[in-house]
Design a protein around this ligand. Structure first.
Ligand SMILES: NC(=O)c1ccc[n+]([C@@H]2O[C@H](COP(=O)([O-])OP(=O)(O)OC[C@H]3O[C@@H](n4cnc5c(N)ncnc54)[C@H](O)[C@@H]3O)[C@@H](O)[C@H]2O)c1
Length: 257
């Protein structure tokens, strides 16, 4: 039987994910219900994905085998505790999970209910290697993210380093922009992680560079993200990685974990 998916967030990523799942790219899965604070957006996506609009989160959870959040950090805080432990839960607004108390609550509920929480790698590559590296000692991890200033809500004259700090600080300062730093932090475990954000008026793409050093050797991984064809406002890879996570859940042969 197809995996029944409920989507929270009917924006750029939600639409791209629903389209790919509808085309069979998530394996044996289908969208059964959608939820959004913006009823019009929920209505449009429900129509496109031939699913229903859930009136509230409880209904979405009831209808689904797996709930996929692609809304906002606030949505993870507000609805996460109602989902974890009841159904498998995929989180795209990863920044929310750097709140230790919330993360602890969600994981404990998921464990108790025998369910899982999945965090797709999102718009950044290299997390597979970093995950393996973390089995040994990792001395340092550095993420450099370069974006056009507009996408950071900034105006700068030339290439400018606008932030240096920890992932925890980065997701607070740029809550809608720097989920990748949270994904890197969660993958790196206890290793020290430094984040640098660069606003570059000449940058046409969002670029992420992950560097790590440890017992395994050294890793350098650069991602140059093209915008989604469906939704230029989001990186194509972010939604693709969520669909790949769904495919991994529906598949029997699991490669590259
Ligand atoms: N993990 C990654 O690599 C990655 C990459 C890009 C975006 N993201 C995150 O994914 C999320 C969605 O991104 P997007 O580009 O689709 O955004 P978007 O603004 O296009 O769409 C978000 C939708 O969610 C809805 N929403 C937000 N908060 C809500 C709430 N509390 N209750 C109900 N509905 C709510 C909004 O009304 C909107 O329709 C964002 O948090 C973004 O930061 C993650």
């Amino acid at each position: 039987m197809a995996l029944r998916i409920g989507i929270i967030g009917c924006g750029a990523i939600g639409n791209s994910i629903a389209k790919a799942i509808g085309a069979g790219r998530g394996g044996d899965a289908k969208i059964v219900a959608v939820f959004d604070g913006d009823r019009e957006r929920a209505g449009e996506l429900a129509k496109k994905s031939d699913s229903k609009i859930a009136q509230n989160i409880d209904e979405l959870v009831r209808e689904s085998d797996l709930v996929l959040e692609c809304a906002s950090q606030g949505a993870v805080r507000e609805y996460g505790p109602k989902i974890a432990g009841k159904k498998d839960f995929v989180v795209m607004s990863v920044g929310a999970l750097l709140d230790g108390a919330l993360m602890g609550e969600l994981v404990s509920k998921a464990k108790k209910g025998g369910k899982k929480i999945f965090v797709p790698s999102g718009a950044v590559c290299g997390l597979d290697g970093l995950k393996g590296a973390g089995i040994g000692k990792v001395e340092s991890v550095r993420l450099t993210t370069t974006k056009p200033p507009k996408s950071l809500g900034l105006e700068v004259m030339g290439r400018t380093v606008v932030f240096v700090g920890t992932p925890e600080e980065a997701v607070k300062k740029f809550p809608a922009n720097i989920n990748v730093s949270a994904a890197v932090r969660l993958t790196a475990g206890g290793a020290p992680v430094k984040v640098e954000i660069v606003a570059d008026p000449d940058a046409e793409l969002n670029m992420h560079e992950v560097r790590a050093k440890g017992e395994f050797g050294e890793l350098l991984c650069k991602t140059e993200n093209l915008p989604s064809k469906d939704n230029p406002k989001t990186s194509a890879l972010a939604a693709m990685s969520a669909v790949a996570t769904i495919r991994r859940i529906t598949e029997t042969l699991i490669i590259g974990t």
